[in-house]
Design a protein around this ligand. Structure first.
Ligand SMILES: Cc1cc2nc3c(=O)[nH]c(=O)nc-3n(C[C@H](O)[C@H](O)[C@H](O)COP(=O)(O)O)c2cc1C
Length: 140
């Protein structure tokens, strides 16, 4: 399996998730990790599965990731997993799913992580996040 992870993270909580996930997925194949500014959404690297990770900001998926998803090209039929971090109760996976379904991509799995008060220091992930991520990685 060849995986491409594309993420955006302001404080590092999402990056922590992505770094951990990349190590997990390396047990199953090749893993490439990019931020949304590292790759051109209209010329995506070839992969068997794409993982997108971004926080909720201002009651939406963070803007860079939203714009990135809107500009994706040539992704019809490609599989994806999604990750959302958020501070309030509600997660925004549905918005990521909506944007990717417009690109005719195929959802494999989604997971969200609520962050706590130390999120702005990059330490907001709650106990048990690794286990939750292991479960997600197992579906990819
Ligand atoms: C400008 C801004 C707006 C935010 N708005 C929301 C929001 O509407 N809902 C929410 O659940 N969390 C909100 N958050 C909290 C972020 O989701 C949280 O900081 C993020 O998930 C942490 O991940 P990161 O360290 O990868 O950036 C906001 C954070 C910032 C900085």
């Amino acid at each position: 399996m060849k995986y491409a992870i594309i993420y955006w993270s302001r404080y590092g909580n999402g990056k922590k998730i992505v770094d951990y996930l990349a190590e997990k997925l390396k047990e199953k194949g090749e893993v490439m990790v990019f931020t949304t500014s590292d790759v051109d959404p209209a010329a995506m690297p070839e992969a068997d599965l794409y993982v997108f990770s971004a926080p909720t900001e201002a009651f939406n998926i963070q803007k860079n990731m939203r714009n990135f998803m809107k500009k994706l090209e040539g992704m019809e039929g490609k599989k994806y997993g999604i990750i959302n971090t958020h501070a309030m109760e509600r997660n925004w996976l549905h918005k990521m799913e909506k944007l990717l379904s417009k690109k005719k991509m195929v959802k494999v799995a989604g997971v969200d992580f609520k962050v706590g008060k130390d999120a702005s220091a990059g330490n907001g992930l709650m106990d048990g996040w690794e286990r939750k991520l292991d479960e997600f990685a197992g579906k990819l």
